[in-house]
Write a protein that binds this ligand. Structure first.
Ligand code: FES
Length: 211
């Protein structure tokens, strides 16, 4: 039986706004859903003078609910300041879409998490993080859940690619269970460095391979 989607959800699913990527983005993030394993990427252009979002795009590897929520929240976030955009909730998104089936709530949470992660990425890159929590092994593992394993479309933690994580004096060392000459090795390394290097207390990110 097809899910009871509202007309607004279907309209945003068929004609999603702000789909795509921004090549020279000021910030970006990929977020994965623990519930279904789908992913969403969000790209931002931000005016540094008033911290207003001047452009925003998203790519969804999720379902219709995720695409519709991505569409609606990017519309809601455009023109807002980072602080205002941070306060957009999945409930507001879902209400604007006329409601979502309960089993699809996690899909809209995923889209909102993607937006928040992109804002966090901007703040980290520009030293704007108010609450400076230290980068611990646990934090790194959590952050690595945003790095996709292109072989499976799931993150590198869940697919057990991360063999070891070490944090010492501003250096983060990540060991991946992958040969260095693997076709995706360079892309995964780049993604990991990009996710961790902007942290306020991280000076160096070393990614090593097991073979
Ligand atoms: Fe995965 Fe909707 S089922 S995003």
């Amino acid at each position: 039986m097809p899910l009871p989607y509202t007309e607004t959800v279907m309209e945003h699913f068929r004609h999603p706004r702000n789909v795509g990527r921004i090549e020279d983005a000021d910030a970006k993030a990929v977020e994965g859903s623990p519930a279904c394993g789908d992913m969403v990427a969000v790209y931002l252009k931000v005016d540094p003078k008033d911290l207003r979002i001047t452009d925003i795009k998203f790519e969804s590897y999720g379902c219709a609910s995720n695409i519709a929520t991505g569409s609606i929240i990017t519309e809601m976030a455009k023109g807002k300041t980072l602080d205002e955009a941070k306060r957009i909730t999945w409930k507001q998104a879902s209400e604007t879409l006329g409601g979502l089936p309960p089993i699809k709530v996690h899909c809209s949470i995923l889209a909102v998490d993607g937006l928040r992660a992109a804002i966090e990425n901007y703040e980290e890159r520009h030293g704007l993080v108010k609450e400076r929590k230290p980068t611990t092994v646990e934090f790194v593992r959590k952050r690595l859940k945003r790095v996709m394993n292109p072989m499976t479309g799931l993150d590198v933690v869940r697919t057990k690619l991360v063999k070891e994580v070490e944090v010492t004096d501003g250096t983060v060392r990540v060991v991946l269970d992958l040969p260095e000459d693997h076709q995706f090795a360079a892309a995964i390394r780049e993604d990991i460095v990009e996710k961790l290097e902007p942290r306020w207390d991280v000076e160096r990110v070393i990614v090593e391979f097991t073979e």
